[in-house]
Design a protein around this ligand. Structure first.
Ligand code: DAH
Length: 339
């Protein structure tokens, strides 16, 4: 009886500790097999006295049933967990390529933004801040665009209220900065930022970006405007770049010009990007209108100035040959990976 009890304790703990089906099969053989420890005890029952036999027989049979059940249950447990820890470790293939983290990078527009600012900083311009929400006065009125002016049709606007608007252009910065600086000279600044118009197609996004430039001083003429723009174009698009000015109209400049640069793709030979002309338009510019100088607090009899306004998105498109502006604003990492 003592041997039986001891065998039972040992067998139970070994079954519980068995790590895999093979170990379990071995235990089954060791205790319950033909020459198993328990089997041998059962066979030797005949050697006992007739008084001892029934109790010993009952005990032995009970232990046999219990161990059979325990082993069965443990085997089922193992089947329910097919990937035992040791198997998972065995299957780790250290020769497989790992997952590389993808490093972040600047958005094409932000790269162009920074580069443009750097070029003008290098020419002595200050980089200044502006407001994305403007009053009608700064966005239009002070720029020589009164309420009934037809030029407002070109800048269909998002109004917050009758007098407050999401700025349609970066030009209001001209007025704000002149007022801050007057009567100091020179006023020499650039400002880049978001602007908003009610436009939405493949060449227009309702939110886009402009860079504004302004230089006010004594004796400023168109030649200075052209020189600064030529220098900018050469630094941004390459040393061979030419600049041409075509007469145009803006309410806040007189005279006004639209400015083209030689197409950076075909070097002026004519291609899809420049629609065969060899030139691409990059900005509007002109000599600051006397009314605008007056609104800024300067005397147009004493000083003159030039101004320009450039679409930043357009520079990024030209630079990276992106044909749909809206691609710049959908946050698709495939675009960022290509440029
Ligand atoms: N604000 C104009 C626009 O959005 C661009 C522009 C043209 C700005 C001529 C200027 C300028 O400063 O002189 O269409």
């Amino acid at each position: 009886m003592k041997r039986l009890a001891e065998l039972g304790r040992k067998a139970r703990s070994e079954v519980a500790a068995a790590g895999d089906p093979d170990a379990l099969r071995e235990l089954e053989l060791r205790y319950l097999g033909r020459r198993g420890e328990l089997t041998l005890i059962l066979r030797s029952l005949g050697d006992l006295s007739p008084e001892e036999r029934p109790a010993a027989g009952q005990q032995s049979n009970q232990l046999r049933r219990e161990l059979t059940e325990l082993i069965g249950a443990r085997a089922q447990e193992m089947r329910a967990l097919p990937e035992s820890k040791s198997e998972a470790t065995d299957r780790l293939d250290v020769t497989l390529p790992g997952t590389l983290p993808s490093p972040g990078r600047a958005h094409p527009l932000m790269r162009v933004w920074q580069e443009v600012e750097d070029i003008f900083l290098g020419m002595g311009f200050d980089v200044v801040e502006g407001n994305e929400i403007e009053t009608d006065y700064f966005n239009f009125e002070a720029l020589n665009v009164p309420r009934d002016h037809p030029a407002r049709d070109m800048q269909d606007s998002f109004y917050v209220s009758r007098d407050i608007v999401l700025r349609t252009q970066t030009s209001p910065v001209q007025i704000r900065m002149m007022r801050q600086m007057a009567p100091k000279l020179p006023v020499r600044l650039v400002h880049a930022g978001r602007v908003f118009r009610r436009d939405d197609d493949i060449t227009h996004s309702p939110m886009f970006h402009q860079v504004e430039g302004l230089l006010v001083d004594r004796g400023i003429g168109l030649q200075h405007l052209k020189g600064v723009l030529l220098e900018f174009a050469r630094r941004f698009y390459g040393a061979e770049t030419q600049v041409r000015m075509r007469p145009s109209y803006f309410p806040f400049t007189e005279p006004s010009a639209e400015v083209d640069v030689t197409c950076a793709w075909c070097r002026g030979k004519g291609c899809r990007v420049c629609k065969g002309t060899g030139w691409v338009e990059i900005l509007g510019a002109g000599m600051v209108h006397p009314n605008v100088l007056r609104h800024g607090g300067y005397d147009p009899e004493q000083v003159t100035g030039f101004a320009f306004g450039m679409g930043l998105d357009r520079q990024a498109q030209l630079r990276f040959e992106i044909d749909n502006v809206r691609l710049l604003f959908v946050n698709d990492w495939r675009l960022l990976g290509q440029v």
